[in-house]
Design a protein. Sequence first.
Lengths: 156, 275
Amino acid sequence: MTTVSMTVNGKVVTHEVKNHTLLIDFIRETLDLTGTHVGCDTSQCGTCTIHVNNMSVKACTMLALQAEGAEILTIEGVANANVLHPMQQAFAQNHGLQCGFCTPGMIMTALALIKDNPNPTEEEVRLELDGNLCRCTGYQNIVTAILEGARAMRAQ
Amino acid sequence: MLSEFNYHRPESLDDAIELINTTVDGLFLAGGQTILPLMKHNLATPTDIIDLASIEELKGISVNDESITIGAMTSHTTVAKSQIVRDNFLSLAELAGAIGDPHIRNKGTIGGSIAYNDPAADYPAALLGLGATVFTNKREISADDFFVDIFETALEEGELIIRIDFPFVDCTAYEKFANPASLFALVGVMVSRNDSIVRVAVTGAGPSVFRINQIEKALEASFTAASLDEVPIKHADLNTDLHASAEYRAHLIKVLAARAVRKAANQLDQKAPHL
């Protein structure tokens, strides 16, 4: 067991973890933040995408101990209290989700893209989604939602 | 579920080397994008993980008169976005920016990629096609000697990659046909030309990255896509799997090499007025 400390959605958390604990398990099981999903557990599907030090990563392919001292943002930290983030709003308004399982990863990926590129083209959005699978195959509306969410964020 | 291990995060190169030499079955952890999936399948069961994340000597990108140097722990995203790399080796930046997906590129490192030597990884083609040199804690190894066979390199026990030097070339381009599911290279071809020397490295097509002498010779005679038309590509030793046959991979090598040559030759044309 090793003590690990990180900032998750603005709060400092410190816990003893087994060394082989994956970051996704720490977030879901220890912190009880179950908005971040596990689809494949093999680094393919991207439902576990979170931000670590402002970069998107797959939380299933990182040890909790690798996040020592890191700033973590999960889907739970995106909305402002009960007001949805413009990107979440755009997914809701554009039918950007069907079953919703991939949505947390899609939104975290979209936010990482827009941080670097506030005005992405459709092609850039599609390229950025290389690591995120939608099992409902609803990509068309996911892309529309991200473009719309980006527009709303620029307008803010 | 990963098996249990001791975890270390040394802050100096010396400490990391001491740990690898004193632990029973220690393993260096770079970005973890290969080793963690392997550990989940119990294909790697180290007693100790030595996380290299806090070692400053392994990070960063620098440039001098003859080459650029990339630290082993530099992520694919950092290489793809680096102005130094983009200004001097656009093909390398583009190669790094097309590895896997954005999340994997944020964690995966150049050192980790080449140490593993996956037969379909992109970076081995960059090192071999650009004539790079790998610097370790023990010695320097030319790319020609570094990649030995499938998942095998010249690295010895307790040897750690510190940095990779890429010498400047006149022009270079990388073209790949990515497997749309895995995003690995079904075939990738790196072409570079420096004075009269041409290097052509192919990844994804065989057990390990390799050079094609016949294509290099044809391009040294005439650096044009058309000069490849009559070059036969043997497919006997190439991979056949559910994604593509050896014959198809042989075909792709030629197509991608031709594309890369056109792209690289374009750079020469653009440079010409300033020469």
